[in-house]
Design a protein around this ligand. Structure first.
Ligand SMILES: Cc1cc2nc3c(=O)[nH]c(=O)nc-3n(C[C@H](O)[C@H](O)[C@H](O)COP(=O)(O)O)c2cc1C
Length: 214
């Protein structure tokens, strides 16, 4: 956490400064910086604190090339030119670990009996398992993007890949992990023109008290 504290910055500033960058110059990102980004990712909240996120840091040209083969077009170019890429994985093993934890609490009388139903879903309901670990991993990835902004680094979060091919490229056990994207991390190319922020009007996305009421 020390690295995080020393590098603290206004979260609204980081949110405002973060943009998707799609042209990079091939300059490396140090392992120390990559680990600081993961430390930020790892502080994310998660349901019942099950922490499903795992990451593979890619810096070698041959691994970048293997990632590029799992996508096409601009995404392929981005992973090959960015200093590093972070393969983001959602661990189904953490759904099992959570089931183990709740089961132990039940045995010790530290959880209400209705938690049996949760254990059953965590063990048997594949959709529930996936809908638990994937969105919770996305929260950690969002943290990573904001932390990179603080370090003056550009990012692009990409899910336009063949996830199975990505898992194979980095040797991740396919059955136990869901693909949550590849985040390119690095420095923008000279002359990269940042498009203006494009968002739906704020008024369109909120209501007060009742849906549709301003
Ligand atoms: C889950 C997710 C997947 C994305 N996948 C891709 C992708 O495969 N390729 C790409 O160029 N951009 C991808 N993006 C970037 C979005 O296009 C981008 O966030 C959006 O256009 C808003 O622009 P901004 O990030 O600059 O605010 C992805 C973003 C997210 C959050």
């Amino acid at each position: 956490m020390s690295e995080l504290k020393q590098n603290s910055c206004d979260v609204l500033e980081a949110i405002a400064r973060r943009h998707s960058v799609r042209e990079f110059r091939p300059e490396p990102v140090s392992d120390e910086t990559l680990l600081a980004l993961l430390e930020a990712a790892h502080q994310a909240p998660s349901a019942m604190n099950h922490q499903p996120w795992e990451f593979v840091l890619v810096r070698r040209p041959e691994t970048k090339a293997a990632l590029a083969r799992a996508t096409s077009g601009r995404n392929a170019q981005v992973v090959q030119t960015a200093g590093a890429s972070v393969v983001c994985l959602a661990s189904l093993r953490q759904a099992d670990a959570l089931a183990d934890r709740v089961e132990a609490q039940l045995r010790a009388g530290q959880a209400p009996p209705e938690r049996e139903a949760l254990v059953k879903r965590l063990r048997e309901d594949e959709t529930y398992r996936q809908m638990l670990v994937l969105p919770n991993t996305y929260i950690a990835v969002a943290n990573l993007l904001l932390a990179a902004t603080k370090f003056g680094l550009a990012t692009l979060w990409m899910t336009g890949f063949d996830g199975e091919q990505v898992k194979a490229a980095v040797g991740a056990p396919a059955a136990d992990y869901l693909f949550a994207g590849v985040v390119a991390v690095g420095h923008p190319a000279e002359g990269w023109q940042q498009p203006a922020r494009n968002r739906r009007p704020l008024e369109e996305i909120y209501s007060f008290e009742r849906f549709g009421e301003k």
